[in-house]
Ligand binder design. Structure first.
Ligand code: ARG
Length: 271
């Protein structure tokens, strides 16, 4: 397909040269411009590779099994790379460092890490079209004073320690909704649950699918007491200096949406 596009472009150029025409209609190009999403038009840190920053502490989106990256975002990153004729390579960056790293450049081409689109982040990076909608949940250890019936009030009291991941929408959500509580940030998402189990925090506030997974898999002595439909959109973060890469990834996401790949991944990891 790419070959045909290039052949058509070359043929068009030949016609322009021989007949003295000024442009070609029907192609992606207008006068003097290269085709928009041509592979050569975007910058990559390593040729042939899509280098993806992720914080693998967030099952079922990204997690480590041994030293292997697994999860919805990992499979999505691989599928996007494949659509682009590239190989996906993952690199670990703590979540609150991903947007700054993409902005600074040099460490990764994109961030895929359950990153919610928000206006503040959009000042530093570009976001692709969204691929998932998320909500917030709060979990506590079973048998305590906070229950599903009283959670809204019972969490918003002095002395209540709510563990969150640093720099996340869960942190902001907890700060806004439980102003009387102490919001305790941890660098690593899974550490929030470990802290709660160890009695260093009373609750964890985080994206719903992750809380659900942690509670059903690793922390069966915890339970969800509150869920709020924040309707957050996850998207891929791309450097603002690389608009052609943004366009190519949007094209890949659109294909993966149309051909059912994203639905399949959702069923597999979040079903
Ligand atoms: N969706 C939330 C946010 O964007 C949390 C993402 C955390 N991701 C991670 N891999 N730990 O702030």
């Amino acid at each position: 397909m790419k070959f045909n596009k290039m052949a058509a472009f070359a043929a068009c150029g030949a016609l322009v040269a021989s007949l003295g025409l000024f442009g070609c209609s029907g192609g992606q190009s207008s006068e003097g411009e290269q085709p928009a999403a041509d592979a050569a038009s975007y910058e990559l840190i390593n040729d042939g590779k899509l280098t993806i920053a992720t914080s693998p502490d967030f099952p079922p989106f990204e997690n480590l099994e041994g030293d292997e990256y697994v999860g919805f975002d990992i499979d999505l990153g691989k599928a996007i790379a494949e659509e682009m004729g590239l190989e996906a390579e993952f690199t670990t960056i703590q979540f609150d460092g991903i947007v700054p790293a993409i902005q600074a450049g040099g460490q990764a081409d994109v961030g895929i890490s359950g990153i919610t689109v928000d206006p503040e982040r959009a000042k530093s990076v570009d976001f692709t079209d969204p691929y998932y909608i998320a909500d917030q949940s709060v979990a506590v250890m079973k048998g305590g004073d906070v229950t599903a019936d009283n959670a809204k009030e019972a969490l918003n009291v002095e002395g209540m320690i709510i563990a969150v991941q640093s720099g996340t929408t869960g942190e902001t959500f907890a700060q806004e909704n439980f102003p009387n509580a102490t919001i305790q940030p941890y660098g690593n998402a899974t550490d929030c649950f470990a802290a709660m189990q160890a009695g260093q925090a009373n609750a964890v506030c985080m994206d719903m699918a992750v809380v659900d997974q942690m509670v059903s898999d690793a922390y069966t002595d915890a339970e969800v007491v509150l869920t709020e439909a924040t309707g957050e959109e996850y998207a891929v973060a791309v450097s603002q200096d690389n608009p052609e890469l943004l366009a190519a990834i949007n094209e890949a996401i659109a294909t993966l949406q149309e051909n059912g790949t994203i639905d399949d991944l959702t069923a597999q990891w979040l079903g």
